[in-house]
Write a protein that binds this ligand. Structure first.
Ligand SMILES: [Zn+2]
Length: 298
C-alpha cells in the first residue's frame, strides 16, 4: 500500500503487512494506519555481515603508497562499538527571503570515545530498526552523555549556520528565521575498531558497521612512495621559484621572488611532511565542503 509521511509529506510504498513504517526521505517512524508518530524512540542499525578486518585491508591496499601485501596483514584486535547518536530532521527558512530554505537530516553523536570521530558524519537515513538488546549485546554499548535537548541545540546551530552561509552566498543578510525540528530518536550506531600489525608496527582503523565505509584509518606509507612524495615536494618548490623569478622580472623588484617562494614553500612543506611520516591517515568519507555537510540548498 501507499502511505504518506506525516513529517515531510513524501508518499512511498510499504508491504501491506506492516503497521509501522520509517520514511526513507526524512527518517520519521510512524503508524501507517493512523499517521501518528511512533512513541518508540530507541533504534539501532543492523551490523553488516562482512568482516570489518577484510574490508579495511582491502580498502587500504588501494591507497597511495600502501604495501602490496597489506591484505595479508595480521588483524590483532576487532571490536564493535555501539555509539549513541540522536537523529533529527530539520526544516529551516528565512522569514525575510523565500529563496533561503533548507531541509536536512542530521545525526549528533552523544557519547562514547568516538563522538569526535563521528562529528559531521553523513549517517544514512534508511535502515534503522527498533532497538534490540540481543543484537547490541554483541558489542560494546555506550550510554549517551548528552541530553536530547543539548543535541537538539547543536542541530539547530548547524541549521542556523547553513542558513547563514546560504544567505551570504546570495549576498543577503539572513534576518529572522525559523527552524522546525523533528526528533527521530536515539540510535545506537555500529562502529568497528580494527587493529592490525604490519612490519612490526601497529595501526588502527574505524569502519562504519552498517556498510563498511572506512571512517578513518592509518596505514604504512612505503619508502618508494615517500621518496616520490618528497621529489614532488622539490618540484613544487622549484615551480614557486620559477614563478617568483618571472614575477620579479616583470615587476623589477625582489617582491615577486618572495611572493613566488611563499606559496611554493608552503606547498612543498605539506608534501614533505606527508613524505616524512611512516603512518598515513585516510578516510573514505569524503569531506568536500566540510562544515556544511548535511545542508544543501533546496
Ligand atoms: Zn518523511
Amino acid at each position: 500500500m501507499e502511505v504518506q509521511c506525516p513529517t515531510c509529506s513524501a508518499k512511498f510504498k510499504v508491504p501491506d503487512t506492516v503497521s509501522i513504517a520509517t520514511c526513507p526521505y526524512c527518517g520519521t517512524t510512524f503508524h501507517v494506519h493512523t499517521g501518528e508518530e511512533s512513541p518508540e524512540e530507541h533504534f539501532f542499525f543492523p551490523p553488516m555481515r562482512k568482516d570489518a578486518g577484510g574490508v579495511l585491508l582491502k580498502f587500504l591496499s588501494r591507497q597511495y603508497g600502501a604495501p602490496a601485501d597489506i591484505t595479508g596483514a595480521k588483524v590483532t584486535k576487532k571490536e564493535l562499538h555501539w555509539v549513541p547518536v540522536y537523529f533529527f530532521y530539520l526544516h529551516g527558512r528565512s522569514k525575510r527571503w523565500s529563496t533561503i530554505e533548507e531541509v536536512r537530516f542530521v545525526g549528533i553523536p552523544a557519547g562514547s570515545p568516538f563522538q569526535g570521530l563521528l562529528k559531521d558524519y553523513p549517517f544514512p537515513i534508511r535502515g534503522k530498526r527498533f532497538f534490540d538488546e540481543s543484537v547490541v549485546k554483541k558489542g560494546r554499548y555506550y550510554e549517551p552523555k548528552m541530553s536530547k535537548e543539548e543535541a537538539e541545540a547543536i542541530a539547530r546551530k548547524l541549521m542556523e549556520g547553513a542558513l547563514r552561509s546560504e544567505a551570504s552566498q546570495e549576498d543577503k543578510s539572513l534576518g529572522d528565521f525559523e527552524v522546525e525540528v523533528n526528533y527521530l530518536g536515539l540510535v545506537h550506531y555500529p562502529l568497528w575498531e580494527v587493529h592490525y600489525e604490519y612490519g612490526g608496527q601497529n595501526f588502527v582503523g574505524y569502519i562504519d558497521g552498517t556498510d563498511g565505509r572506512v571512517v578513518q584509518a592509518e596505514y604504512p606509507l612505503m619508502s618508494g612512495a615517500r621518496k616520490k612524495a618528497s621529489l614532488l615536494g622539490t618540484g613544487v618548490l622549484a615551480a614557486g621559484l620559477i614563478i617568483g623569478i618571472i614575477t620579479a622580472g616583470a615587476y623589477g623588484s625582489a617582491w615577486g621572488l618572495i611572493g613566488g617562494l611563499i606559496p611554493g614553500g608552503a606547498g612543498a612543506f605539506g608534501i614533505f611532511r606527508k613524505g616524512a611520516v611512516k603512518k598515513r591517515k585516510v578516510s573514505e568519507v569524503t569531506r568536500v565542503n566540510r562544515g556544511n555537510l548535511y545542508f544543501k540548498p533546496m
